[in-house]
Design a protein around this ligand. Sequence first.
Ligand code: ZN
Ligand code: FE
Length: 261
Amino acid sequence: MTPLNLFPIPAFNDNYIWALSADGHAVVVDPGDALPVENYLNQHGLALDAILLTHHHGDHVGGVMALHQLTGATVYGPAHEKLPLCDHRVHENDTIDLNTLGVTAQVIFVPGHTAGHVAYYVQPAGQTPLLFCGDTLFAGGCGRLFEGTPAQMVDSLGKLTALPSGTRVCCAHEYTLGNLRWALHVEPGNTALKQRFEHDSRLREQGLPTLPSTLALELETNPFCRTSQLDVVRATCEHSGQQLTTQEQVFACLREWKNTF
Ligand code: ZN
Ligand code: FE
């Protein structure tokens, strides 16, 4: 089997529609817009076999109808969200057989950003695993809590960060520099974070994506994955002027801090 090719198709201002392909076949995740996907498929001579959806927001599902009509691709999406179209509703621990790519995608239920958000975990043979996490985990940040609670998001991020640390994190937005700029206020003494900011700033200067990142890097530099680290707890207590004792409280204050940054 040829190795899988992974590519972030840019859409709108800062979305990425992830494409996985091999041997003339492709799968895309969260096609908010159909046209950039059509162009990519045409340029590379790919047949679109499946579409994976993480949640119901328009910038993730807007292109589904058009792509389905054009290609007949099978659409997989979260069980409990309102979607424009979905052939197969997926639940936690379901396995999707992406047979034309020779891989399966495992469904992880990650509520918080929306009530029914799911992520997809793919382990291609001989390659590092991939995580398509939509708007749950971002490089240096996490999704806003539109429909869920801090406790749900802490639990969801915990499931994702428990995956193998080399896992490539394929999130749906290029929010990295803004997130890291804020993270530097939370942890000004974090060397790995400073290095990441320098590195990713250079990528953006060249117009390149900062993604995929890795879970290892998120664990080292993303405040939302570091709610039990002493420096993060201390900074969050100081910023909020509260005595925070649980991970959920720290997370909730971090989320609030980032919302108003
Ligand atoms: Zn969203
Ligand atoms: Fe989004």
